[in-house]
Design a binder for this molecule. Structure first.
Ligand SMILES: Nc1ncnc2c1ncn2[C@@H]1O[C@H](COP(=O)(O)OP(=O)(O)O)[C@@H](O)[C@H]1O
Ligand SMILES: [Mg+2]
Length: 311
């Protein structure tokens, strides 16, 4: 258990937004769900949101979790789940955007929304709704692999400045043509929504971005570039979780395991040297996969401790 990590992610009166990012297959869903269950078990009102198009959240909890509304997770009081499917979200977003932009298209032409980014933007649009109306103590995001998440997060920056430009030019034109300037209110409101959301994500006291990695070459490099990419967006990475660590006591003379463990030890040294300024937790490689509530609770206790009641 790492006391610093627990302290970093525990709500302190305000809602905490916890992101778990990283390369595909490193354990993002495992860490996000175990963390969400741990907080719910400790009497925090908790929501877990998946923005990964895979069905992993539903599979993990053995129940259908959709993108329409949050649903209570069975056997975990205080926990609700939502699965944002980028394709469904795109439809909703496109409709909303069509109505907002309807007034502009005549003037500016151009089909702004049929860009390849509409999907990322749509996912972010649903993020924004959560950031606007938090009704949980903890909101955990199980994100898509790093590259896609970075694209999702970067889009609103472009979008906010695009809206700004549209508004400015639109207003000039409206003035010239004696049109009603109030028709830009909706765009202004949209722009403010994105800016507020980004402010929340950049605020280290409300949002904690955790990256999950394995003590191996490629996840280390991906972690490094994710930290840089997020940094360019003004979003600090505050914690790493090093997953699937081979503990000395499981080796028991096995040469294969010993070789893997010594390789891991070398990479652990590199992780310490390169990312030593971040809070770090370690999760051992378990003798089973993680697909049931019992194992999720065990992981939560390994990471954040076993005391009962709200901390
Ligand atoms: N510490 C661990 N010990 C054993 N298996 C693990 C551990 N962490 C994750 N797994 C398994 O690894 C696979 C990938 O984990 P997952 O959380 O789905 O990764 P991601 O969401 O990053 O793609 C899953 O089958 C999961 O059960
Ligand atoms: Mg996953």
């Amino acid at each position: 258990m790492n006391q610093d990590h627990k302290q970093l992610i525990t709500p302190n009166g305000n809602t905490k937004y916890l992101f778990f990012g990283g390369k595909g297959g490193v354990g993002k869903t495992t860490l996000a769900t175990a963390t969400a269950v741990w907080f719910a078990d400790h009497h925090y009102k908790t929501t877990i949101v998946s923005t990964d198009p895979t069905v992993s959240l539903s599979a993990m909890f053995g129940q259908e979790i959709g993108g329409e509304a949050r649903i209570p997770i069975r056997h975990v009081p205080n926990l609700c789940g939502l699965n944002i499917n980028p394709n469904d979200a795109k439809g909703v977003f496109q409709n909303r955007l069509n109505s907002v932009m309807g007034q502009m298209t005549g003037t500016f032409g151009g089909d702004v929304i049929s860009t390849p980014c509409a999907e990322e933007m749509a996912t972010f649009d649903q993020f924004v709704t959560f950031l606007e109306e938090p009704d949980s103590d903890v909101i955990v995001f199980d994100t898509a692999p790093t590259g896609k998440t970075l694209r999702e997060l970067a889009m609103p920056f472009d979008w906010a400045s695009f809206l700004q430009k549209q508004i400015q030019e639109g207003k000039k034109l409206a003035e010239l043509m004696n049109m009603d300037e109030n028709s830009f209110e909706e765009l202004e409101r949209d722009k403010r929504r994105y800016e507020n959301a980004l402010n929340v994500m950049q605020d280290r006291s409300s949002t904690v971005f955790n990256l999950v990695l394995l003590p191996e070459r490629l996840p280390i490099e991906e972690t490094y570039s994710a930290i840089q990419g997020l940094d360019r967006l003004g979003i600090p990475v505050q914690a790493l979780v090093i997953n699937q660590c081979i503990l000395p006591e499981v080796i028991e003379g096995n040469r294969f395991l010993a070789a893997r463990a010594s390789l891991q030890a070398r990479y652990m040294g590199e992780i310490d040297a390169r990312f030593g300024n971040l809070v770090m937790s370690r999760l051992p490689l378990l003798d089973r996969d993680v697909s049931d509530l019992g194992t999720l609770r065990m992981i939560g206790e390994i990471l954040y401790g076993t005391e009962r009641g709200r901390i």
